[in-house]
Design a protein around this ligand. Structure first.
Ligand code: GAL
Length: 709
């Protein structure tokens, strides 16, 4: 049956409101969370800084000295008990809180607030030995073992139940303790794809709930292909990662399931804690900003999310010959812009204090870089930053990992001094804070959304068509262009009200449904400016093609068709031409056929479709739709298209050099230089400079306050 998108639009709009309130296991969910997470923080404090401390690693005689030192450097909170289950429950059912009581008492003595953790990343050995079924089971039948961390399976029902007992005991002990301000669940919770027998069973249950009937599942997975038809849910196994040609629809669902499992384990922990904790203690976790993991923002019981970030570890190069000493600006920028929109409140739970030990090449960060990261996190709006870790360890897996304090336990490291400097600077900034200071209007006018759904990344990865494709890399081309405009960016999910953004980029949005197309159409009709990019609208949410022309769902939006797409081998790039300028591409190009009234902004050159449209633009209702067919090699086409669009919309943009960024928060402007050259920040002429100066060396920071209008 052919699908008529136009006719289903009205039905879709009605559906939209129903869907927003429904919980759909494993799909992107609305982040309807605990009330007003802003209440945990005092606006005039701006931000707080804390550090990880592991009292269980040090002789108790040193705790007082260490915590005193932490406080004297200006730290305001301490983070404890992260991997300490073995010390907290040395024997099954026998808890020992005495040491933690002492550590909390000493923290309070030095004016440090406390964040506590649930140590579900590190079960004690007696638990793993007595109940080996709690361990992750690999596809080859081997089990992970005690002796590292993150070896238990989130799918194990027994592990979950056992964890809840420990969490309840912790909650009962510290849940009403005013010295404790909040909780971190687990550590960097990841999506585990494991073959634990409980994972198998839970997957089947999850599928039964999702599809109700085996016929519906067979349809969603297209099992008629190669006769993969299932007769009942008990026949379904976890898809083998190493087996060639496993059903991709099944794989997609398995990833959804795993993300859901991780999210639901965190929710279960939060619900358990909340039975004991005071409403003044927040509950969060420290996510790795691995955007396509899918579970970030999915645990609805958390008050807000935090992330962890390491910038110098040899794999992420910044700009210039030794750009690895600073790292790429977008790494913190994008994490800020991804985490903030989830709840409007976020924190950074781990930030590098100096050299680390776990990368391929753990160079020294450039002097000043640690402070640069702190300011960057601040610029994004973070409520706090915690550094991993206070003391450099003397044993264990992280021997060469810097702390705020060096191996002698008393000397402040170079990174530690940069922390102390930042903390002092924030203290002076607090005096300059004016509640309700107006936002910088020119900056706000550039505010842009990028719509993101991890399922598109999954679906594309399952069938890339070209090994050259990189979904995050594609999004980054638009993101970097926006940052060079000094545009504030919010990376948002489909549940948000799109009308808050004048421009919204929807990059490589491969999987769509009527609800989303209806919502996008309404956004444009009401005055929104949509930028749709290559590969969008090809597939259903189950990852199947539509029985329609390519990208049929987006045709009415773009005002035209995708005639076909092409991709070329590396080294054979061709140009597209826009306004006389050439831009090379080879990874992916949608070849467009614009309808009447749709403008062609750029055309292909050099191959059998030379002269065909590559970028189109049209007005629709009160808004506009730009469609960008190619993914350019250098991101220059993406930048030029956005430049042209913002000019057309009358939104003035800046032209910052690569690696330079500029943000506003709480009435303060912040300029940062990640490039390898000195750079001038275009600060408003009448602004009062509070820290630094407009010309910044590499890793330099300038902070100012606009003149009151
Ligand atoms: C993080 C992890 C921390 C610590 C740190 C070292 O990824 O969450 O527990 O291992 O790395 O840099």
């Amino acid at each position: 049956m052919k699908h008529n998108y136009f006719l289903t639009l009205m039905a879709a709009l009605t559906l939209l409101f129903a869907c927003q309130t429904q919980e759909q296991p494993g799909t992107q969910v609305a982040t309807e969370r605990q009330d007003n997470p802003g209440r945990f923080f005092n606006d005039s404090t701006l931000t707080m800084v804390g550090a990880y401390y592991y009292p269980e690693h040090w002789d108790p005689s040193q705790w007082d000295r260490d915590l005193q030192k932490m406080a004297s450097l200006g730290f305001e909170f301490v983070h404890m008990a992260e991997f300490a289950w073995a010390q907290l429950e040395p024997k099954e059912g026998v808890y020992d809180f005495a040491w933690l009581d002492t550590a909390v008492m000493l923290s309070a003595k030095h004016g440090l607030k406390v964040i506590l953790c649930t140590s579900t990343a590190t079960p004690p050995v007696w638990l793993s030995r007595k109940y080996p079924d709690i361990l992750i089971l690999n596809e080859d039948g081997s089990r992970w073992d005690h002796g590292a961390r993150q070896h238990p399976s989130y799918h194990s029902t027994f592990y979950r139940d056992y964890s809840m007992r420990m969490i309840a005991a912790l909650g009962a002990r510290y849940g009403q303790d005013e010295r404790v301000i909040g909780w971190q669940l687990d550590n960097e919770p990841k999506v585990h794809e494991d073959f634990n027998p409980d994972a198998q069973q839970r997957f089947r249950t999850w599928l039964r709930e999702r599809y109700q009937t085996i016929e519906a599942l067979n349809k969603a997975w297209g099992t008629a292909f190669w006769g993969q038809i299932y007769q009942n849910f008990e026949q379904i196994n976890i898809p083998r990662g190493t087996q060639l040609f496993m059903n991709n629809h099944q794989r997609l669902d398995y990833r959804r399931f795993c993300a859901w499992q991780t999210a639901s384990f965190l929710d279960e922990q939060a619900r358990t804690l909340r039975k004991h904790t005071s409403p003044d203690q927040f509950i969060t976790t420290n996510y790795i900003p691995a955007y396509d993991d899918g579970h970030i923002g999915m645990s609805r019981e958390l008050d807000f999310c935090t992330y962890t970030r390491y910038m110098v570890y040899g794999e992420k190069y910044g700009l210039g010959r030794k750009g690895y000493r600073v790292g790429p600006m977008e790494r913190i920028a994008m994490a800020n812009d991804f985490f903030r929109p989830i709840d409007q409140v976020y924190g950074v739970m781990e930030l590098q204090p100096g050299q680390v030990n776990w990368g391929q090449l753990n160079a020294q960060p450039l002097p000043g870089a640690i402070r640069l990261y702190l300011w960057h996190v601040f610029a994004g709006g973070s409520k706090f930053t915690c550094t991993y870790r206070f003391r450099q360890p003397l044993y264990g897996t992280e021997l060469y990992h810097y702390g705020i304090i060096g191996p002698d336990g008393v000397t402040t490291s170079s990174g530690g001094l940069e922390y102390a400097q930042f903390i002092k600077e924030i203290q002076t900034l607090r005096d300059q804070y004016s509640p309700g200071a107006p936002a910088n209007a020119a900056y706000e006018a550039r505010r842009t959304a990028i719509l993101y759904n991890h399922e598109n990344a999954w679906s594309i990865t399952l069938g890339k068509q070209t090994k050259e494709w990189d979904t995050e890399g594609h999004i980054l081309k638009y993101y970097s262009a926006l940052k060079s405009f000094a545009a504030p960016v919010d990376i948002i999910t489909e549940d948000k009200d799109f009308s808050a953004w004048k421009v919204m980029i929807v990059p490589a949005y491969q999987q769509v449904d009527d609800t989303l197309i209806g919502k996008l159409t309404q956004y444009v009709q009401n005055g929104g400016n949509l930028v749709l990019t290559t590969r969008s609208g090809h597939k259903t949410r189950n990852g199947q093609l539509f029985e329609a022309e390519y990208a049929a769902p987006v045709q009415n939006l773009m005002g035209g068709k995708v005639a076909f797409y092409d991709l070329m081998h590396p080294g054979t790039s061709d140009p597209v031409v826009m306004d006389g300028a050439q831009f090379l591409w080879h990874i992916w190009g949608d070849v467009l056929e614009p309808a009447e009234g749709t403008e062609v902004w750029a055309r292909y050159e050099g191959d059998f479709y030379a002269g065909k449209a590559a970028v189109t633009f049209r007005a629709l209702g009160k808004g506009t739709v730009t469609y960008v067919g190619p993914d350019s090699d250098a991101g220059d086409l993406e930048r030029a298209v956005l430049q042209k669009l913002y000019a057309r919309l009358g939104i003035p943009v800046l032209n910052l050099a690569p690696g330079v960024t500029m943000e506003y928060r709480d009435g303060f402007g912040i300029g940062l230089n990640y490039s390898d050259q000195p750079q001038e920040i275009p600060i408003p002429a009448d602004a009062a400079i509070l820290i630094g100066q407009p010309r910044l060396e590499t890793a330099g920071v300038v902070v100012w306050k606009d003149k009151a209008p």
